[in-house]
Design a protein around this ligand. Structure first.
Ligand SMILES: Nc1ncnc2c1ncn2[C@@H]1O[C@H](COP(=O)(O)OP(=O)(O)OP(=O)(O)O)[C@@H](O)[C@H]1O
Ligand SMILES: [Mg+2]
Length: 237
C-alpha cells in the first residue's frame, strides 16, 4: 500500500482536480484498489465524487470515536472508494494539536490495508494537518502553476519537508503560448505537465473525473501520464 498526498502551500492550484483524476487513473487504468481521502473541509473532491454520504462525522475518525472503515463508501467508479470530508474538519488542526499524536493519520492509513493506493486531497497551508500528512505520505505530489510566487511556495515546502518525503512537483494550468509558462517548463523539463483545459473545469458540471466523460482528451491523457510518473516514483524510479 502507498499513500500519495496531493498538496500545496497555495490554494486554488488544482489539488482537488488532480486528486480526483489521479484516483480515477489508479482505479480504472491500473486496476488498483484505491481510496481517496478528502482531508479538506471544503469537501470539493467529496462533492465531485457524488458525496457527501454522512453528516458531520469526518473528524470523529481522527479522535478515534468511529473507525475509518465506517466512513468509507464505494463510488460509482469500480475499485474507487471515498472517505468524504464535511464541515467538522474545520476543527481538525485543533484536534491534532489537542490529541498530541503525531502519527494519528499515518496509523489510520496503516489500518486501511484493503487498499493498494490511498490518495489524500489536502487543504492548503502549513498546518497541523500538513504535519500529519508529512508523517503519513510515501510521496507528495505538488501542483505548481508556472509563476515566481508558486516557485517560491514550492521552495518553502521543500525547506520544510527537508527530504523526509519525496516530492513530485507538477506544472499545472499550463498555457505553452505564454512566455512565462514556456520558460518555466524549459527550466524544469523533467516535471510532468497538466495543461490549462476547460474540460478540467467541466468536472464540476459532470461531477466526475475526466476519465468518466472525456477519457481521450489531452487533459485526461496528461493526468494518465502523471499517474504513470507517480507509479514509477513509488517503484523507486
Ligand atoms: N488544469 C486545469 N485547467 C483549467 N482549470 C483548472 C485546472 N485545474 C484546476 N482548474 C480549476 O481551478 C479551480 C481550482 O481547482 P481545484 O479546486 O482543483 O484547486 P485546489 O488547489 O484543490 O483548491 P483549494 O486550495 O481551494 O482546495 C477549479 O475551478 C478548477 O476547475
Ligand atoms: Mg482542493
Amino acid at each position: 500500500m502507498a499513500a500519495i498526498a496531493i498538496y500545496s502551500l497555495k490554494g486554488g492550484v488544482g489539488k482537488t482536480s488532480m486528486a480526483v483524476n489521479l484516483a480515477w487513473c489508479a482505479a480504472s487504468l491500473c486496476a488498483r484498489r484505491t481510496l481517496l481521502w478528502d482531508l479538506d473541509p471544503q469537501a470539493a473532491s467529496t462533492w465531485l465524487l457524488g458525496g457527501p454520504a454522512h453528516g458531520d462525522q469526518a473528524q470523529a475518525v481522527f479522535s478515534r470515536d468511529i473507525s475509518a472503515d465506517r466512513l468509507v463508501r464505494q463510488t460509482d467508479i469500480p475499485r474507487l472508494s471515498l472517505i468524504g470530508a464535511d464541515d467538522s474538519l474545520r476543527g481538525l488542526d485543533h484536534l491534532f494539536h489537542a490529541i498530541d499524536k503525531k502519527k494519528r493519520l499515518g496509523k489510520l492509513i496503516d489500518g486501511l490495508d484493503d487498499y493498494e493506493r490511498i490518495i489524500l486531497d489536502c487543504p492548503p497551508g502549513l498546518t497541523e494537518t500538513t504535519e500529519q500528512m508529512l508523517r503519513a505520505a510515501d510521496l507528495i505530489v505538488v501542483p505548481v502553476v508556472p509563476s515566481a510566487l508558486a516557485t517560491r511556495a514550492l521552495e518553502v515546502v521543500d525547506g520544510h519537508v527537508r527530504g523526509r518525503v519525496p516530492l513530485l512537483p507538477v506544472h499545472v494550468m499550463v498555457d505553452r503560448r505564454r512566455r512565462l509558462h514556456a520558460e518555466a517548463l524549459a527550466a524544469h523539463p523533467d516535471w510532468p505537465v497538466i495543461p490549462m483545459a476547460s474540460l478540467v473545469e467541466a468536472m464540476g458540471e459532470h461531477r466526475a473525473p475526466l476519465g468518466a466523460f472525456a477519457p481521450r482528451s489531452s487533459a485526461a491523457q496528461a493526468y494518465a501520464d502523471l499517474w504513470r510518473s507517480v507509479e514509477r516514483r513509488l517503484a523507486g524510479g
